[in-house]
Design a protein. Structure first.
Length: 364
């Protein structure tokens, strides 16, 4: 097996970068000795990934397959979750069974939640097949589903037995899917330093260079690991990882309401434009860095179009954000500069609307 690099000591046992996925998985299952193995996939994974792994892995070949009825964030809901529970029950899963979540972030989030709650918890393994899933779902133990039109409104913390990350799965991803994952990588860079941000802004992720991408991916995941290890319960320092997400989740929820879903990474990319605008307004974030990032987003991500009459609805979504601790107040993570985040910043609705106005001026 190829060399497997640890990210941090605290998560080394649960996070593995390798291009020998089948061998790694078979060795793990031999060690765990589950009474049954179940693999959760969506329509895309069932078509493009599952057949290959079935031919390479005895574990996957013999596993009972659970395929969700659809693909994407619109299906990350209580109905799909209930269907997963039902299939686990029908297929005879016990507390000594193993669920393998094979797919993007929707599958790993929802599958992990299903495993953590079925019979009060069964072991699970995450194998992200998208760049977004690898960056965003690989570390941290957050699981959940959307509920009442709100992003990740219901969920819990649960750690996988192992997260297996392989860049070989990314070969089939289109440019939009690669850019979606890159949005989260850009967030990690901004939380670290201008130098890391500049490296990513200069790199063409759509060119798909596996070795270079793997190096950048490991560096990005290491940033998240540091925050998670410092604050496993997401009560303090880890909230820096929410940078761009208050706006981003609101954009996602508005797009779902429009029935034209915006991918999470794109939403975060647009959300960070707004968060940087607020950062400039409230914390003095440098305007030249704001414009450099905005130009990158405009060129690579386009724009998520909003109008003034969307503002109140966006504020409604933000009011339900999990980071809010004071009724009626909106809480944001902002930046003084790259590498210097400020968490728990209370922002008025008027300031949010002002930031949205500037977002429209810069991108639309």
């Amino acid at each position: 097996m190829e060399q497997q690099e640890n990210i941090t000591q605290d998560v080394a046992a649960r996070l593995l970068f390798t291009n020998h996925v089948a061998q790694t998985l078979d060795e793990l299952v031999e060690k765990l000795e589950p009474v049954s193995v179940h693999v959760l996939v969506d329509a895309n994974t069932a078509s493009y990934v599952l057949p290959r792994l079935k031919s390479e892995s005895k574990t996957i070949h013999d596993a009972k397959v659970i395929e969700t009825g659809g693909y994407g964030d619109m299906h990350k809901n209580i109905t799909t979750l209930s269907d997963i529970w039902q299939r686990l029950s029908d297929d005879g899963a016990t507390r000594r069974s193993l669920l393998i979540n094979l797919g993007g972030g929707v599958i790993t989030d929802m599958g992990a939640f299903a495993a953590a709650t079925f019979k009060r918890g069964i072991p699970f393994v995450n194998i992200p097949t998208t760049l977004l899933g690898a960056v965003d779902a690989s570390v941290g133990g957050k699981t959940g589903i959307n509920f009442n039109s709100l992003k990740n409104e219901v969920g819990l913390f649960a750690d996988a037995e192992l997260v297996i990350i392989s860049t070989t799965f990314f070969r089939t991803l289109n440019s939009q899917e690669l850019l979606s994952g890159y949005g989260e990588m850009l967030k990690h860079a901004m939380l670290t330093s201008p130098a890391m941000t500049d490296r990513l802004l200069k790199y063409d992720v759509t060119a798909y260079e596996p070795d270079t991408l793997l190096k950048l991916l490991k560096e990005s995941v290491e940033v998240k690991c540091a925050y998670v290890n410092a604050d496993p319960g997401d009560c303090g320092k880890r909230q820096a990882l929410n940078f761009g997400h208050t706006f981003g989740h609101a954009f996602e929820e508005l797009s779902l309401e429009r029935r034209s879903p915006l991918s999470h990474g794109y939403a975060v990319a647009f959300g960070m434009v707004c968060a940087l605008i607020l950062s400039h307004m409230k914390e003095g974030f440098p305007s030249d860095r704001l414009h450099a990032y905005t130009q990158y987003v405009r060129h690579h991500y386009g724009v998520f179009a909003i109008r003034c009459n969307d503002y109140d609805r966006l504020l409604d979504f933000m009011a339900h954000d999990k980071k809010n601790t004071i009724p009626g107040a909106l809480t944001f993570t902002l930046l003084r500069k790259e590498g210097d985040p400020v968490t728990g910043v209370q922002v008025s609705p008027d300031d949010v609307k002002a930031a949205l106005d500037i977002y429209c001026d810069l991108l639309m």
